[in-house]
Design a binder for this molecule. Structure first.
Ligand code: SF4
Ligand code: SF4
Length: 443
């Protein structure tokens, strides 16, 4: 019997207690400091006495026979692949790369905007392609840009056509928008099966307008807020996203209060997410304002302590801590956190296909075309498909692999030039905070 290589064991932040977790056996426990000392002794010496405590650890899979551990790993991996083969596919459709905003941190601002334009013919080709390529699979479409909801008659006509096509195919639609024209689009949106509209609001008025303004500099806050109100009134689900960095994170308590005051947080059609502003495609002008993954969540942890009302607006995941708290169980092991070319594909208005949204618009990342003719770079597609924690050398030896899943393939490729390389997540550190937050504070 050995100390399982998949145990994640550490001290809970601002507590005397420890946690131990094993996603292969599905166990998680909070340990007193005395029991934690016994675990440390077992970690350091495999000749441990077989007492009641050891029997309990073994019963929960923290200690395992190594052959049994390998067998369980193989079985869970096959379960993961089987279940992913039945998962719903997310198909991004990029209507244009142009935008009416000039956000201070936009990563798409350096993209070329090919002179080509979206057409009815291209939309029809997209639907023909996805109906034959992904026949029999559950799927939905996410409309993306640039800004897809541009306020001109031609764009509205094209969006209407896209929604009609989706309705005929019985497909739900998500839209990622800056939210500026939501009010003008409400009647078109109501004609579709809208799963969700993702809108970005980076803070209350002054903070948001400093970061997300029109080309020309005018503020955008008021219209976005009215657009969110209009969607919620029409029971169109809103997913409000705050893109956070050191410039706006301290405004989170005020933004949360605004959402509470406008009764957004009482609506069943309202949810939120916080996205980290990070450097994916090109150098940010001010990298010192960016958070690392862990420092963002450390800051949120502190802010929630000082302003608990934030929890009405946003509850951080802290790796699997929130899931464990809400479900009383761990999620299944995550053998792969990157859905590119597996359950995610992206298509743009020039007829090109890409592995996912992080790669759209970059010619060298294209994996084929659906218009005017169908072509596929099968070698590149296979490389994306192969990427998981069993194909990345470092991940095979990593004890947090079943919570991390290898991270983002695009970030990994930007860093190393190789898709099958690591994008490490600070899983242990996030859990240290998460156990403190969910099992001490938020209770
Ligand atoms: S490459 Fe990154 S952004 Fe793209 S699907 Fe994978 S994890 Fe997501
Ligand atoms: S990406 Fe890094 S942290 Fe994640 S499983 Fe691989 S080695 Fe571990």
């Amino acid at each position: 019997m050995i100390y399982s290589r998949y145990n994640i064991f550490s001290k809970i932040r601002e507590s005397e207690n420890y946690f131990i977790m094993n996603l292969l056996s599905g166990s998680a426990d909070i340990l007193s400091s005395e029991d934690a000392e016994k675990v440390k002794a077992i970690q350091n010496d495999n000749n441990f006495p077989y007492d009641d405590f050891v029997r309990e650890l073994a019963g929960k899979g923290y200690l395992m026979d190594s052959d049994e551990e390998a067998r369980l790993y193989r079985q869970k991996y096959l379960d993961f692949i089987n279940s992913r083969d039945k998962d719903e596919i997310q198909l991004f459709f990029i209507t244009n790369y142009s935008c009416n905003f000039a956000c201070s941190y936009c990563y798409q601002d350096q993209y070329n905007n090919p002179k080509q334009e979206l057409s009815i013919e291209l939309i029809d080709s997209f639907f023909q392609y996805i109906q034959s390529e992904f026949a029999g699979r559950k799927k939905y479409i996410t409309v993306f840009g640039g800004e897809p909801l541009l306020n001109n008659p031609k764009q509205k006509l094209l969006l209407k056509h896209l929604i009609e096509n989706a309705n005929e195919s019985n497909l739900e639609i998500c839209i990622v928008t800056n939210g500026y024209t939501l009010e003008e689009y409400i009647s078109i949106l109501k004609s579709g099966k809208i799963r969700e509209i993702q809108v970005t609001l980076d803070g209350t008025e002054a903070i948001h307008n400093k970061r997300r303004f029109l080309k020309g500099g005018a503020g955008t806050f008021d219209r976005i807020v009215r657009g969110i109100d209009a969607c919620l009134e029409s029971q169109i689900p809103i997913n409000l996203r705050m893109v956070a960095d050191k410039e706006n994170i301290n405004n989170l308590p005020e933004l949360a209060q605004l959402a509470i005051d406008r009764s957004w947080t009482n609506s069943p059609w309202f949810k939120t997410q916080i996205g980290r502003n990070y450097e994916l495609h090109h150098c940010q002008s001010a990298n010192d304002k960016l958070f690392s993954r862990i420092s963002l969540f450390e800051r949120i942890f502190d802010l929630v302590r000082q302003h608990p009302h934030i929890l009405q607006f946003y509850r951080p995941a802290y790796s699997v801590a929130k899931f464990l708290f809400e479900n009383g169980d761990l999620p299944d092991p995550l053998f792969d956190s990157c859905p590119a070319c597996k359950t995610e594909w992206a298509f743009d208005y020039t007829g090109k296909i890409y592995p996912c949204t992080a790669t759209v618009g970059k010619d060298e990342e294209s994996i084929g075309t659906f218009y005017p003719s169908v072509t596929r770079n099968t070698e590149l597609i296979d490389e994306w498909k192969r990427r998981d924690i069993t194909s990345i050398e470092e991940c095979k030896e990593c004890n947090v692999q079943l919570a991390c899943g290898g991270g983002c393939g695009s970030v990994a490729k930007n860093r190393t030039g190789n898709i099958c390389s690591t994008d490490c997540r600070p899983v242990k550190e996030l859990l240290e905070i998460g156990f403190s937050a969910y099992f001490n504070d938020y209770k």
